[in-house]
Design a protein around this ligand. Structure first.
Ligand code: DSN
Length: 424
């Protein structure tokens, strides 16, 4: 009688049997997602197909290199998956070249900087306090520590100050000018960035991470074909797995960018994540993606209008995208208090600095809200009215537990009408 292989029998046990602790924690997170309104602008609800690919056997495979040119054997199937991801993302955004290996948006940005700048060279990006990202030159991140940073910002109406940007570019002669943001609700004039960059001999890199899903659906300007290089994450409004991409048209950028991602910054690509990216890009190529993107934007505009009616101030007066910055000071509170009170009512947001914020980044005067996740659940304009009223009710009495509990019941009921399990 052959003896049972103990490693094998353990290997095929379910997560629940093998590790009940982590299984239960995951169940709790799933219940949190089901019963909470997710209004964090950078989050979404990945499809079953994306999550299935993320959990596939390709997690086992080392594939340093690129399709057709790997440093390991046995890459024929991961090659196919990576090539499909490349072809689909090029089709989706209209790019000629794509690198789908960056592990995150931050690493995609880092790879572009590493390819075209030396430490000490000048990088221009939107100031973090005006909506930029850590990787766009914040002093607490690698970008601000390795490069000379010249930030541009907003003018009095809380939109990009293009005159100042051009003046600063002419004075500082940056190597790279970054467009794109984490907390800017309006459209970027990508053509202006390219024109300015070309005047000073710089590369215009657009970080479209926040807007990618809207761009894929045709409801936000597409930087690809205008910006010299475009980076993105693949989760956020694009609703795929966590990860990064780099898109470009100029063949001269191909070698430096490939070398910068691998072997410059990364070793083995995450092939299961790349398979999941391919699935997500395929879903974005379906005709119903346009409807989703349109609804995300309509919902954001409806939410911003309803919050204004409730007495909040929306930074820049509104939104052209999926997100908005809400100044909560008219309610006599700060962003930290607002986030905590909303969380007690099962409404998940993040506190966020607003332009010229007198508060520290850990306190802030605002919250950032976004509609990608609630739109994935199927919510539309009437639900945005409901949500605005719930937010206002909580924030008018942030310390009143009876108010918070009553709103939490309403939020849970709203969530159960739009279950995450019903998402197609
Ligand atoms: N942390 C992300 C966001 O919330 O916008 C940016 O990468």
């Amino acid at each position: 009688m052959p003896t049972a292989n103990p490693v094998k029998s353990q290997h095929r046990r379910s997560l629940k049997e093998t590790d009940p602790s982590i299984y239960e924690i995951i169940q709790r997170e799933e219940r949190r997602q089901e019963h909470n309104l997710e209004l964090i602008a950078s989050e979404n609800i990945a499809s079953t197909a994306v999550r299935e690919a993320l959990a596939c056997v390709m997690t086992d495979k080392f594939a340093e290199g690129y399709p057709g040119k790997r440093y390991y054997g046995g890459c024929e199937h991961v090659d196919e998956a990576e090539q499909l991801a490349i072809d689909r993302v090029n089709q989706l955004f209209g790019s000629k070249f794509a690198n789908v290996q960056p592990h995150s948006g931050a690493q995609a940005n880092m790879a572009v900087y590493h390819a075209f700048m030396k430490p000490g060279d000048t990088l221009m990006g939107l100031a973090l306090s005006d909506g930029g990202h850590l990787t766009h030159g914040s002093p607490v991140a690698f970008s601000g520590q390795m490069y000379n940073i010249v930030s541009y910002g907003l003018k009095a109406d809380e939109t990009i100050d293009y005159d100042d940007l051009r003046k600063k570019a002419q004075e500082s002669k940056p190597k790279i000018i970054v467009s794109g943001a984490s907390a800017y609700s309006r459209e970027f004039d990508f053509k202006f960035f390219t024109k300015t960059a070309e005047e000073v001999g710089a590369i215009h890199m657009c970080d479209m991470a926040h807007y990618a899903g809207l761009i894929a659906g045709g409801v936000y300007p597409n930087p690809v074909g205008t910006a010299h290089i475009t980076t993105s994450t693949t989760h956020k409004s694009l609703r795929g797995p966590r990860g990064g991409i780099i898109l470009y048209d100029n063949e001269e950028y191909d070698k430096p960018l490939r070398m910068s991602v691998f072997p410059g910054l990364q070793g083995g690509p995450l092939m299961h994540v790349i398979a999941a990216k391919a699935v997500a890009f395929g879903l974005c190529l379906q005709p119903d993606w346009k409807q989703y993107a349109q609804q995300v934007k309509k919902n954001a505009q409806a939410l911003a209008a309803a919050l204004t009616q409730e007495g909040f101030r929306i930074v820049s007066g509104g939104t052209d995208s999926h997100l908005m910055l809400v100044d909560v000071r008219p309610f006599g509170i700060n962003g930290k208090v607002a986030q905590a009170a909303l969380e007690r009512a099962n409404i998940t947001t993040n506190k966020n600095t607003i332009p010229n914020d007198p508060e520290k980044p850990f306190v802030t005067s605002g919250v950032r809200l976004g509609t990608p996740a609630v739109t994935t659940r199927g919510m539309k304009e009437p639900e945005m009215q409901e949500i605005a009223a719930q937010i206002a009710t909580v924030l008018r009495a942030p310390d009143d537990d009876s108010v918070t509990s009553a709103v939490k019941e309403d939020v849970t009921a709203l969530c159960s009408r739009f279950s995450i399990h019903d998402v197609s």
